[in-house]
Write a protein that binds this ligand. Structure first.
Ligand code: PLP
Length: 255
C-alpha cells in the first residue's frame, strides 16, 4: 500500500461489501492507504446482517497504541464508520481530540443501522445525536444519509431546506447530507456554515452495499492528500459512482 495514510475505525463485515474492507478499497481508489481498527465484528452474508459484537474498548485502545507506537509514518486523516456503542464513540472522540491525532482531518460517517435492518449503534439511554455529539464536535465532515440525519435531528425531514437546517444544527464543521434514499436524482448537499453546495448525481438502477462507507473513506483519503474539502467530496462521489457502475452495470436514466 502507498499514498497518505488514513486511520480507519469501523466494523468488520466479512463479505467486504461494507465496513473496513470496503474502506480500504475506496482509499486505494483515491491513491491513499489505511490502517483499519475494528470497533466491532459483524456476521453478514447474502441474507443481510445478523449480529454485531463490539470489540472491547481495551482492545481498540491497544490496536491504536500499537499502531502509533514507533510508527515511521504518520496518519494524515481519520475516518469513523460503525462504532458499536456510545462508549466507543466517546472514547474515539477523546483519543482523536488529543495529540498526536488532534490535528487530523476527521470524517465521521454516522452509521446507525444496516440497510437490512440490524442496529449497528447502541446509543444506550441517550439519543443517537447526544451519544455522537463529542465525536461530531471534533469532525471536519459528517456524512449522514437522510434517515441518519432524521435520527440525529430527532425529527422527520420533508424538504431539502429542512435537511439543511438540521445539518446546521450538527456541531461538525461541515455536513454532507446524502440524498440517495430520496426519490428522483440523487442530490447530495454539502453544508458548510452559511454555504450550501448541491452536488447532483445520476441514479443507478439498483443499490449496492457500503456506498456510505466508501464515500466517507474516499473523502478522508483525499483530505489526507491535501485536497480541499469541496473538491474531495466531488471526487469521492465519482469514486462511488464508478463502484456502482462496476457492481450494477451501466448508468441508468436520470430520475
Ligand atoms: N456493516 C458494517 C461493518 C458497516 O460499517 C456498515 C455501514 O457502514 C454496514 C454493515 C451497513 O452497510 P449497508 O447499509 O450497505 O448494509
Amino acid at each position: 500500500m502507498s499514498g497518505p495514510r488514513v486511520l480507519l475505525f469501523g466494523g468488520l463485515d466479512p463479505t467486504g461489501g461494507a465496513g473496513l474492507f470496503a474502506d480500504l478499497e475506496a482509499l486505494s481508489a483515491v491513491g491513499a492507504s489505511g490502517w483499519g481498527m475494528a470497533t466491532a465484528l459483524t456476521a453478514q452474508g447474502p441474507r443481510g446482517a445478523r449480529s454485531a459484537e463490539p470489540v472491547a474498548l481495551a482492545t481498540l485502545s491497544a490496536q491504536l497504541r500499537s499502531l502509533l507506537d514507533g510508527a515511521r509514518e504518520r496518519p494524515r486523516a481519520a475516518k469513523t464508520g460503525m462504532l458499536g456503542t456510545a462508549a466507543h464513540a466517546a472514547a474515539l472522540a477523546r483519543w482523536l481530540s488529543r495529540p498526536p491525532l488532534s490535528r487530523l482531518p476527521l470524517v465521521v460517517d454516522p452509521v446507525l443501522r444496516a440497510s437490512s435492518g440490524l442496529a449497528l449503534f447502541d446509543a444506550g439511554r441517550r439519543s443517537a445525536g447526544r451519544a455522537l455529539q463529542p465525536l461530531l464536535e471534533r469532525a471536519t465532515l459528517a456524512t449522514p444519509n437522510w434517515p441518519e440525519l432524521e435520527l440525529l435531528a430527532g425529527r422527520s425531514l420533508g424538504s431539502e431546506e429542512e435537511a439543511v437546517r438540521a445539518a446546521r444544527e450538527l456541531p461538525s464543521r461541515a455536513v454532507l447530507v446524502k440524498g440517495g434514499h430520496r426519490n428522483g436524482p440523487p442530490v447530495d448537499v454539502l453544508v458548510r456554515g452559511r454555504r450550501v453546495i448541491r452536488i447532483e448525481g445520476t441514479r443507478r438502477p439498483g443499490t449496492a452495499r457500503g456506498t456510505g462507507c466508501r464515500l466517507a473513506s474516499a473523502v478522508a483519503g483525499l483530505l489526507a492528500g491535501g485536497i480541499p474539502l469541496e473538491e474531495a467530496v466531488r471526487r469521492a462521489k465519482r469514486v462511488v459512482e464508478l463502484y456502482l457502475d462496476r457492481t450494477l452495470g451501466a448508468p441508468g436514466e436520470r430520475g
